[in-house]
Design a protein around this ligand. Structure first.
Ligand code: KIV
Ligand code: ZN
Length: 517
């Protein structure tokens, strides 16, 4: 650990690894790159970009992030075997700063029932793997999975052994979210007091939120010697999720006098990053979510509003602008120019290059023709969705719906294919959305199993945009499609077709790989 840097808490973001493992949160390569870019702008120290041995898609995503994102350390996860470690290294080795993260479970329940390995065997496997990883990369993190349920003396033995083998960060996971703050704090104090060489490495906390204690446990850990917190944007992750990055970072910043610590995170990027992850995953934050929820800075009660008018600090412990919330009721409309649009996009915390800005501005103009007032959430939706439904090969040319009470709805749909042909189908269904999905399947000849259908109003008013997220299964694999439009049936059609397009593109690319001619 750097001398003189003992008050800095390293922020290790695992949105793209532990977060992405959560049901319904899987992301495409482009989505992962978009999230990785926003994490870089947030100035996190480490991005755990994935688990390269898990699948070829994971490997490619970690490699693409390592090759294109400069600034944070890029980390790949590996189990304790050479094959996993080789995959992780091959994926991250292009990064300016690379890390391999090796893990094995150490608790009795995992030793007996999952691994069927004795204590000594686990230590040997951990040491051999850390030493092997160290022969490839200087920066090695080791995690004893389920550490919080591991016997303390055995945990200390494992930690001491991996430090000797070359680990530079040792991460203590509360894998099943079982710990409570006092107890978790004691684990760190025990390791600090009993492990030879512990002062040479960085201790880290990795907490899950099964009891709603992930942030509290992470803060207890930093008060007892941890100088890295592992977290995810919006707290997404397995089951109840991981420690929420925005909450732990703002607790350290807002209560500086309590912790005496700091992070390098640019907190003004928290809100935009949260919106990007919510949009990409379709996992929207509850309105009352700390820091980034819609109500986090809303004051409704008259007595609060009165106090706020006298002095904001009466009821506000953080300033909305410090977390990047620059909500405004400034409404843009169809007469707003490119300059005003660009300014608002920047105030909302998005960084777009010229070509992205041009595409978004065009989309904004189309939307402004259909919608009287454009709110911030409309602009965010334009940015997040500007290319959705345009990647093909199928594009919607025309969709007509006939629906009424007491009879089946009818959809007449025309799709154009990138190969130059077009097809029209009529289909019936219980409602307009079901009829549209039937028509899409009839034309594309791809049948999906709809698992979940969610509609959300992006803004208010009778011309508000509707955001549709569909989760479907195809050949046992889960896919998510997402679109926004002023017409909910159109959003649903674009979201459904987005999934079909992804499947067809994947089928075409595997045909090209297997059969180059
Ligand atoms: O929760 C956990 O134990 C993990 C490890 C792989 C660090 O995610
Ligand atoms: Zn985890």
């Amino acid at each position: 650990m750097d001398a003189g840097d003992n008050n800095r808490v390293v922020v290790f973001d695992t949105t793209l690894r532990d977060g992405e493992q959560a049901p319904g949160c899987s992301m495409t390569l482009n989505e992962k790159l978009r999230v990785a870019n926003s994490l870089k702008e947030l100035n996190v120290d480490v991005i755990e970009a994935g688990f390269p041995a898990a699948s070829p898609g994971d490997f490619e995503a970690v490699k693409a992030i390592a090759s294109s994102i400069e600034g944070p350390t890029i980390c790949g996860l590996a189990r304790c075997n050479e094959k996993d470690i080789d995959h992780a290294w091959n994926a991250v080795s292009n990064a300016r700063k690379a890390r391999i993260h090796v893990f094995v479970a150490t608790s009795e329940i995992h030793r007996q029932h999952k691994l069927q390995m004795a204590k000594e065997e686990i230590i040997r496997s951990a040491v051999d793997s850390v030493a092997y990883a160290k022969s490839l990369c200087d920066d090695i993190e080791f995690s004893p999975e389920d550490a919080s349920r591991t016997e303390l003396d055995y945990l200390a033995e494992v930690v001491e052994a991996v430090i000797k083998a070359g680990a530079t960060t040792v991460n203590i996971p509360d894998t099943v979210g079982y710990a409570v703050p006092g107890e978790f704090s004691n684990v760190f104090k025990y390791l600090v007091a009993n492990v030879y060489g512990i002062e040479k490495i960085r201790l880290s906390a990795h907490c899950h939120d099964d009891l709603g204690l992930a942030v509290a446990n992470s803060l207890a850990a930093v008060q007892s010697g941890a100088r890295q917190v592992e977290c995810t944007i919006n707290g997404i992750g397995e089951r109840a999720g991981n420690c929420s990055l925005e909450e732990v970072v703002m607790a350290i910043k807002t209560r500086e006098e309590a912790f005496g610590l700091y992070t390098n995170v640019d907190t003004r990027r928290l809100y935009p990053t949260s919106r990007i992850v919510a949009n990409v995953t379709g996992m929207h934050t509850p309105r009352n979510k700390a820091i980034v929820g819609d109500n986090a800075f809303a004051h409704e009660a008259g007595i609060h509003q009165h106090g706020m008018l006298q002095n904001r600090a009466t009821y506000e412990i953080m300033r909305p602008e410090d977390v990047g919330l620059s909500r405004s009721n400034l409404v843009l409309g169809k007469h707003s120019g490119r300059h005003a649009f660009r300014e608002r996009v920047e105030q909302l915390g998005f960084t777009l290059n010229d070509s992205e800005l041009n595409r978004c501005f065009e989309e904004f103009k189309h939307l402004a023709d259909r919608k009287k007032d454009m709110y911030d959430a409309d602009i965010e939706a334009v940015i997040m969705n500007v290319d959705v439904g345009k990647a093909g090969p199928w594009l919607i040319e025309n969709l007509q719906i006939k629906a009424g009470t007491g009879k089946a709805a009818e959809a007449e749909l025309t799709l154009i294919h990138a190969d130059g042909f077009k097809n029209t189908e009529m289909a019936k269904g219980d409602g307009p959305v079901a009829a549209t999905f039937q028509a899409i399947e009839a034309i594309t000849q791809i049948e999906l199993e709809l698992k979940n259908f969610e509609v959300r109003g992006v803004t208010v008013g009778d011309d508000a945009q509707g955001e549709v997220t569909v989760t479907v299964e195809y050949n046992g694999q889960s896919f998510r499609g997402h679109a926004v439009s002023t017409d909910i049936v159109e959003s649903a059609a674009i979201a459904y077709l987005e999934v079909i397009n992804r499947i067809e593109r994947r089928q075409n690319s595997s045909k090209t790989v297997n059969n180059p001619e």
